[in-house]
Design a protein around this ligand. Sequence first.
Ligand code: ADP
Ligand code: ASP
Ligand code: MG
Length: 411
Amino acid sequence: MARLVLKFGGTSVGTIDRIKNVARKVKQEVDAGHEVAVVVSAMSGVTNQLVDYVKQVGRLADEREYDAVVASGEQVTSGLLAIALQEIGIPARSWQGWQIPLITDDVHGKARIERIDSADLVARMATGEVAVVAGFQGVSKDGRIATLGRGGSDTSAVALAAAVQAERCDIYTDVDGVYTTDPRIVTKARKLGRITYEEMLEMASLGAKVLQTRSVEMAMKHRVRVQVLSTFEEAAGSALPGTLVVDEDEIVEQELVSGIAYSRDEAKVTLVGVEDRPGVAAAIFGPLTDAAINVDMIVQNVSEDGTTTDMTFTVTKADLDRTVQVLEGAKADLKYRRLTADSNVVKVSVIGVGMRSHAGVAQRMFKALADRGINIQVISTSEIKVSVLIAEEYTELALRALHTAYGLDQA
Ligand code: ADP
Ligand code: ASP
Ligand code: MG
């Protein structure tokens, strides 16, 4: 007998029939003798609808009230699943974030989990009752409902698994595992049997939304065994049908590159003709930091005459307007000639721990893109990834070309 946490995403609970299907899957685990907690997302589309309602009422809404509204989708599905379980003879009750309680900081809209007081929940699970937990939500220290950022139910599930010391956290979704790249874009993408925490963390933070980045951070920190698997396909006999996120030493044969991710969430800003003197980078990025704008990739070119420089960098699309505002405000001080902004860009990244011990990974990327006539605008690298910024229209072509270039295509 084991203690398990199962998480079902929006598509998996998207209709009443699908909620009944989830109840049957939960019953299988209960019948096998396991103690089960289930974390649910809102029905697919519901959170988007709720966010849109908030925007219609007020653009700069009080974030605590934003949270009160958008957390409600998960309240509905947790109640519905508890009823569906009771209907098939499984004792179950719903738990809202505040009832557990799952305590967060007060950064509403993207709160971080600080702790979970799971004693009551564990005691009820020990009696054979399934705990159906509303994902994505908690309660801040001042007693207000808080949400964990989009995709946050993954983090609820992993945090709960750590708190109740579950044997495993199964993330059920609409694909049957983590693939070498988004299988909805590259049909030759291959399912990975295992992936390391580190690679999964890079994949998620570089755009693969199959797991929320914070859920992977949390899993890595608390060494939670996470499996990603399909709600809709029955596993054909195998004990672990999905992708397991594991430590590096659990992977026997390490590929050079394990995955390719992309993010359409970046925008490019260039300051043309900035004075080339010590302190100029600090002068540009200081005001952005003060405005809580995160800068991601950066490249600086010295102009031909050697006296001015062009500075190009990326921010998230959501921060683009504010970035332009801040830099225009600082024009007198920065003395640049021109500012350009471009949101038709995509960041494509190749990721693999194998890169640490092999040269030439970046070169293979640059060549594959060059062969397709795709121009690279900005490059950034770290120990286990190489990212490039290219025009958005080449996203699919680039993903497919790189997938082939690193030998990842399915046979
Ligand atoms: P859920 O609603 O269950 O949380 P998400 O839509 O958040 O599901 O995440 C699943 C989706 O992630 C898939 O439908 C797939 O399109 C996308 N995805 C992006 N990159 C990958 C990848 N490398 N492997 C698997 N899925 C990926
Ligand atoms: N329902 C929330 C969202 O759509 C949380 C989640 O599904 O993980 O972002
Ligand atoms: Mg998700």
